[in-house]
Structures are given as structure tokens and as C-alpha cells.
Design a binder for this molecule. Structure first.
Ligand code: ADP
Ligand code: MG
Length: 692
């Protein structure tokens, strides 16, 4: 087996399983092996009931007292089981598992493993897993991989397939020269893959991860380096002149630009008028006002008779940009002729959009990655703006840049659009320079002046009723609120508040007049767009959502952000979430609710409590987690790395950067290191991106 072998070749994976794997974007053995565990479970030895700590997952070895008690509430069967050991008693609750009534014999001994909770003064567990003592002992101490799953596919099935794939996979030869392996302490890919999936202990897991993270960063940085080389040579195909349009627009705006915005706008103007093609990042914290600066650049572009494109990572955000820019256009008589292009539009709507784009009738195209589909033909596309860039794969950004009308000549003759990317990811400057190595960086380091700082609190779940009261009060005063729950992922996260159920619970807890809706990533885009639209126009008061609302949404009337299970999110992500409020004139509030009262968790969350400055938060987070932390919470999806985390793996990122530097210095064309080129090209880290 190799990377391209179909997973059907794995024993036990039939057509049915193949369809399930397809949902996880896995069709080959290579893709399966790259489906790294999302977490690991450690089976610690059982503890006595007295020592089981609420908020933690524990195993207890206990005997069943009496016959389990069964209740039925509508379609739900609830089974209560009393258990005890010498130290005390506990009640276990099982849902829709009536068969256990016959399995769990009075007086029988079992190991139960689950999240310890409290009900009044009593300790309880809901839905614990059940083991015989011997079975449990044999798993004790091992790190068991936990994979992201889809309904119908169990963790055990994936583990089994993974073991097979590892056994029959033919590993390629080592592509790094020995000095790199030695200098950076890298194990072989074979060891890395085996140990990332089935680590014997933390130490081997750490080594395995290091190699995989290093590889991922290395490939990425190699590509950036090539891109920069190519981009720096590109002459400005669309030199632009500043016209009265932007000046007039600025005069009419109800607010003056901040100094930071003015400075960045100056840099953009210079780039657009300069001798070379623009390749720039605007880095600015949430709410710093990046959009308006991009709109100015797009306006300059339209005024010069060219097309501009604005790409957003979600449809919701794309529609919001489209609506607000259309409104500006009308109100200030701007020369924009905007058109929207998103995946959920009908074929007829899309066709109409394609035509307007190809003919040049539209001079501003706003959309999602639908913008980079092959069907879209542009007409004098001179500027490509990517919002919330860290949410896109790097490849996607490049594909749009490659949409310029360049001739397919070897010497890259032809025209190239200017590239502007925007990101609110608050990363320390040293990391930004590495991660955006192919771009020039502009920083908006100032928030519009009249904003009131957001008031924060970090609380435990006993505060929930008070939080609801507070939300009801804000809604009564005409404001709106977000409640964020962790992702809906089927087949796991049993203990996590689920958006749909949560919305139902909230409906019961808040006054009947409060309009509540929910939003999650698995919903159809048109439904998401509709709900978001209704929230923006205040037909909805409280929006219960997963992090899909995290990116860029701007509803200034929303003043409360409540985050459930805040301990499950990275700090940078929580800061982004918080950025959804405090965007208007009203005092805003952020409530981080944690179900876990461990000291470290509270300490981490407290960083947010103390600061509203994204750069500061990221730096603190990095310090607190330190390079030693291995199984920390991933900053979900940032920069689309599969395993690397730019925050907790910052040290490896710096090493990979040094390694790329050394290698390219010694062998700029990588002529003596063909295996590196071949390996990373096969993984989509194409080093020749303009040829896509
Ligand atoms: P982000 O940088 O997070 O993308 P936005 O561009 O969405 O932020 O701006 C947030 C809000 O601030 C918007 O409602 C915008 O109109 C407003 N805004 C932008 N610049 C200024 C400014 N200089 N003064 C006052 N409000 C501003
Ligand atoms: Mg934004």
C-alpha cells in the first residue's frame, strides 16, 4: 500500500465504510494515515468514589446496589443505577440503554468510566462506559487515539483500519539530508506515523508529533519562499492612479479613519501605484476596521477601470460584505457595480453572475471560494482581497491570485492581480513574519476611539441561571446576544452542550417573547444565510451557535457573548468570538462559562478576563502553555494546518524556518535535494504555484 491506494484495500473496509470515510475526505491510505487523532484518552487506574473529582473523567471500581431503576419520559428511557465501594456511593444514569437493566446484576462488580458531576451534594455520572476489571486493567496506562468521526463510523473501526494501514504501508525513503534529521532531532516518518496513532507513552508521542509538525511547516515555508521569490519579480500589471472617488468617499464617511487605518491606506495606495505587484497582509485585531481600508483599495481599483474581488471564508460573511458594500455604493454614489458569487446560489443566478464578471459589467466581485472555481472568467482582474485569510488554505489564496490573465508562458509573462490579505489572527510579530513570509505586512494597531471596552467574566456553570437573566435583561433593553457552544460532532463529545438541544433549553429558560434561533456548521448554507440575515435585522434576539459565527460577523447591536464550555476553545479563538460584540455604541459583555474548575483552566481563561488586546493574549497564551504542552487545545483550523499549531508549536515553526533557510542558502534550486521537492509537491505543497 502507498499514499494512493484506495482504502477499500484495507481489510474490513467495504463500500459502506468507504462512503463514511468519504465524508471525512478520506479515500486513500495516505489520507487515512494523515487523519491524526483529535485527542488521546488515557485510561488511569480506578479511583475510589471519595477521590473521584467532579469535572474530571474518572474510573471507579464498584458494586451495583439493588436493581436498577427505570423511568420513561416520552421517548427517553432513563435508567438509574446505584453503586458503591468502601468509600461511598454514587448514582449512575443511562439514557436509552434499558438493556443494561439485565446486564448490571445487583452485587456485581464493574469499572465505570465517565465525567464525574455533582447533583446537590451527591456525585453522579451520566452515560459512563462499562468495563470488566480485567479488560480495563489491560488498557490502563495506554494512550488510546480518539479520531474525528462521522455517524456510523466508530472510533474502534478507525483504529482497526489504521493498524492495518500502518502494517502494509510502504514507507518512502527518507527525504531530508541526515544533518537536518540530526540537528532538529527528527525521527523517521515510519516511527512518526506509528507513534502518532498508537503511542506507547507521552515521550514517543511527542517525538512523533514533532516530526509530523516539522514536515508540515517545512513544506509550507518552502512554498512561501518560492512564492515570495516569484512574487517579488512581478511587475505591476495594473499601475493605478488615485482618483477623486476615494477622497470623496472618505469625506462622506460618518467617521474619520484612525491614524493606523490612514497609515495602512497610504501603504496600499503606494503599492497599487508602484512598480511592482502588491503582495500585502493587513494584520489588525478584531474590530480595528480592516474592511473599510480594503473597500478603499477596491474603490481605487474600480476607479481605474479594473475589476476587484473580495473573498471571504464563509457565505455568511461574504453576504454581509456584499450587503454593506452595496449600501455604501448607494448611499455615497460609489462607482461600484458589485456582484455576489456564493456556492448556494442557483445555477441560473450563478450563470448571470459569471456573465457579468466575464463581460466586465461587474467591477467588484464578492464571494466565497466559489470565486476560484474554474468556471469564473474575470475581466481585467487587478486586485484580489482575501478576508480572514488564516481561515483559508494557503492554496486557495494562491489560486485566486493565479486567476489573473497571465499568458501560459514559461517566463511568467502577462498580467497578475495585486494581492491583499486581511487577518485578525493575533499572533506575535516574530511568528507573523514567518507565517506571512511571502507578504509585506501592514499593521492596524489601534481601535476606533469611541468604543467602550468589553466587560468580561469567567464563571462556572452554577452562574448559568444568572447569565440567562442577564441576557433576558439586555434583550428587554433592545439588545441581542450570542450563545456559543462547541461544534456539533456526531458520535462524540457526549458531555458537550449541543446547539440544537441547547436552543430548546434556552427557550424554556427565557421569557416567551425572546426570539431564539440556532446556527451550526452542518446546516445548509441557505439556512445559515437566512438565520444570519434575520439576526442582523433583529428579527432574532438570541443566536445559539457553534463557532461558525466566529469569523468576521458584524452586528453592532449584539452586546452579549456567552461561551459555553469555554475551556474547550483556544484563547485566540475565544478572543475572536468576543470580537463579535463591542462593535457598536452600547456597553458589551462577555461571559465565559467553564465546566471545569481546574486551576490551569481558570488561569488560562483569566488571561482573557484581564485583557482585550489580541496580541497580548496570544503572547500570554503561548507563555502559559509553553513548548512542553503537547495535547493542548488546538486553535481550531487556523492557517489550515493539519497537525501543527502555530501557537503551541511555535518553537518547531521557528526550527522549520531555520532549516528551510539553511537548505535554500546551500542549494537554492534544491537541485541536490530532488527528493524533498518530489515529496512536498506530491503533498500539494507545490513549489510552483503559478502553474495551477
Ligand atoms: P474588522 O477589522 O474586525 O474586520 P470591521 O472592518 O468589520 O472590523 O469594522 C468594525 C466596525 O467598526 C464596523 O462597523 C465599521 O464600520 C466600524 N469602523 C471602522 N473604522 C472606523 C473608524 N475609524 N471609526 C469608527 N468606526 C469605524
Ligand atoms: Mg472583518
Amino acid at each position: 500500500m502507498n499514499d494512493n491506494t484506495s482504502i477499500l484495500k484495507i481489510k474490513g473496509v467495504g463500500e459502506k465504510a468507504q462512503k463514511l470515510y468519504a465524508k471525512l475526505n478520506i479515500s486513500t491510505v495516505g489520507e487515512l494515515l494523515a487523519h491524526y487523532p483529535r485527542d488521546y484518552e488515557i485510561f488511569a487506574p480506578p479511583v475510589s468514589i471519595a477521590r473521584a473529582v467532579p469535572g474530571e473523567i474518572c474510573a471507579i471500581h464498584v458494586s451495583v446496589v439493588g436493581i436498577p431503576n427505570q423511568k420513561k419520559i416520552r421517548s427517553l428511557t432513563i435508567l438509574n443505577v446505584n453503586v458503591r465501594d468502601e468509600s461511598g456511593a454514587m448514582q449512575l444514569t443511562f439514557f436509552n440503554m434499558a438493556f443494561l437493566k439485565n446486564t448490571l446484576k445487583p452485587g456485581g462488580f464493574y469499572v465505570f468510566r465517565g465525567l464525574v458531576q455533582t447533583r446537590g451534594t451527591a456525585k453522579i455520572m451520566e452515560q459512563p462506559k462499562i468495563y470488566k476489571l480485567d479488560d480495563y486493567r489491560s488498557q490502563c496506562g495506554q494512550l488510546m487515539p480518539k479520531y474525528s468521526l462521522t455517524k456510523g463510523l466508530t472510533n474502534q473501526a478507525v483504529q482497526k483500519a489504521m493498524r492495518q494501514a500502518l502494517t502494509f504501508y510502504e514507507f518512502e525513503e527518507e527525504y531530508y539530508p541526515p544533518q537536518i534529521l540530526e540537528k532538529y532531532g527528527l525521527c523517521s516518518v515510519r516511527e512518526a506515523l506509528a507513534n502518532v496513532h498508537f503511542p506507547i507513552d507521552y515521550e514517543t508521542l511527542k517525538e512523533a508529533r514533532k516530526r509530523l509538525v516539522f514536515d508540515e511547516f517545512f513544506g509550507f515555508l518552502l512554498m512561501l519562499r518560492k512564492n515570495k521569490e516569484l512574487a517579488d519579480e512581478l511587475v505591476n500589471s495594473y499601475p493605478m492612479l488615485e482618483t477623486a472617488d476615494t477622497v470623496r468617499f472618505l469625506e462622506q464617511l460618518p467617521f474619520p479613519l484612525t491614524n493606523a487605518q490612514r497609515k495602512v491606506w497610504g501603504e496600499l495606495r503606494e503599492d497599487l501605484a508602484g512598480t511592482h505587484c502588491m503582495n500585502r497582509l493587513i494584520q489588525g485585531d478584531v474590530g480595528s476596521g480592516k474592511t473599510i481600508v480594503a473597500v478603499l483599495a477596491l474603490l481605487m481599483c474600480a476607479a481605474n477601470g479594473c475589476q476587484g474581488a473580495l473573498m471571504a471564508p464563509t457565505e455568511v460573511l461574504a453576504m454581509q460584505h456584499f450587503e454593506s458594500i452595496s449600501e455604501y455604493t448607494e448611499r455615497y454614489h460609489l462607482i461600484f457595480k458589485p456582484v455576489l458569487l456564493v456556492g448556494s446560489m442557483s445555477a441560473v443566478q450563478k450563470k448571470a453572475a459569471y456573465e457579468k464578471i466575464a463581460s466586465g459589467e461587474a467591477n467588484l466581485i464578492i464571494g466565497t471560494h466559489a470565486l476560484i472555481q474554474d468556471k469564473v472568467e474575470y475581466h481585467k482582474l487587478a486586485l484580489v482581497v482575501t478576508d480572514e485569510q488564516h481561515r483559508f488554505g494557503v492554496r486557495q489564496r494562491e489560486r485566486l491570485a493565479a486567476k489573473g490573465e497571465h499568458d501560459s508562458g514559461e517566463n511568467m509573462a502577462g498580467t497578475h492581480p495585486h494581492v491583499l490579505v486581511m487577518s485578525a489572527t493575533p499572533i506575535p510579530r516574530t511568528l507573523a513574519i514567518i507565517l506571512y513570509g511571502d507578504l509585506h505586512i501592514s499593521v492596524i494597531d489601534e481601535l476606533p476611539a469611541e468604543r467602550l471596552p468589553i466587560k468580561n467574566c469567567v464563571v462556572n456553570t452554577s452562574y448559568r441561571p444568572k447569565a440567562y437573566e442577564f441576557i433576558a435583561k439586555e434583550v428587554a433593553a433592545g439588545r441581542q446576544a450570542y450563545v456559543v457552544c462547541p461544534q456539533v460532532e456526531e458520535g462524540e463529545l457526549e458531555d458537550v452542550e449541543n446547539v440544537v438541544e441547547y436552543a430548546a433549553k434556552l427557550r424554556a429558560a427565557l421569557p416567551g417573547t425572546v426570539q431564539i434561533a440556532y446556527l451550526h456548521g452542518k446546516m445548509h448554507s441557505s439556512d445559515k444565510n437566512r438565520i444570519m440575515g434575520e439576526f442582523a435585522s433583529h428579527n432574532i434576539d438570541v443566536l445559539v451557535s457553534t463557532t461558525v459565527i466566529e469569523v468576521g460577523i458584524n452586528v453592532p447591536n449584539a452586546t452579549v457573548m456567552m461561551v459555553e464550555n469555554a475551556e474547550r476553545f483556544g484563547l485566540a479563538q475565544l478572543h475572536q468570538l468576543r470580537g463579535r460584540v463591542g462593535r457598536g455604541e452600547h456597553q458589551s459583555y462577555c461571559i465565559f462559562m467553564s465546566t471545569n474548575e481546574k486551576k490551569e483552566t481558570m488561569e488560562r481563561l483569566d488571561i482573557l478576563n484581564k485583557s482585550n488586546d489580541g496580541f497580548q493574549i496570544a503572547a500570554q497564551d503561548l507563555k502559559l502553555r509553553g513548548p512542553g504542552e503537547l495535547l493542548g487545545i488546538r486553535q481550531s483550523g487556523e492557517f489550515s494546518f493539519k497537525i501543527g499549531d502555530v501557537y503551541s508549536d511555535a518553537a518547531v515553526l521557528q526550527e522549520a524556518c531555520a532549516a528551510v533557510d539553511e537548505l535554500l542558502q546551500e542549494d537554492p534550486g534544491l537541485n541536490a535535494h530532488q527528493m524533498i521537492t518530489t515529496h512536498f509537491a506530491a503533498r500539494g505543497n507545490s513549489v510552483d504555484f503559478r502553474s495551477i
